[in-house]
Design a protein around this ligand. Structure first.
Ligand code: ZN
Length: 124
């Protein structure tokens, strides 16, 4: 590092500049570096393990019933509507462990459209 006063090179480990005798504040930046690291480590070490633990256990799974409703709704409208409502019921009962409410809703909508189109084609 360099002396603040004269700009001369100061060897590591020396507390005074060899050229002018100016005290070199080597330990103070180190003390500043250590303090924030400890301050960051202590609070982060406590909340991180539970959150990293909860991530692999908690991810909500898309309800298979919702997907089944979507697929069957494309082919047989009535089945899609029934399965769609079963899926929505299953998802709401799961307490957030299952997702796919949007898929179930889409399945019901597609099923209704499918039935409406089928009806129009039948009438035509
Ligand atoms: Zn100096």
């Amino acid at each position: 590092m360099f002396c603040v006063k004269c700009g001369g090179v100061v060897d590591r480990g020396l507390n005074f500049c060899g050229a002018c005798g100016q005290p070199v504040s080597v330990p103070s930046p180190q003390a500043h570096e250590v303090a924030p690291i400890q301050a960051i480590n202590y609070p982060s070490s406590a909340p991180v393990p539970p959150s990293t633990r909860s991530v692999p256990y908690d991810p909500p799974q898309v309800s298979g019933m919702a997907i089944a409703a979507l697929v069957s709704g494309i082919f047989i409208g009535v089945v899609g509507i029934i399965l769609g409502f079963i899926a929505k019921n299953e998802i709401s009962k799961s307490n957030g462990k299952k997702t796919g409410d949007g898929i179930a809703t889409a399945a019901i909508v597609i099923s209704i459209i499918n039935m409406a189109v089928g009806l129009l084609l039948a009438l035509d």
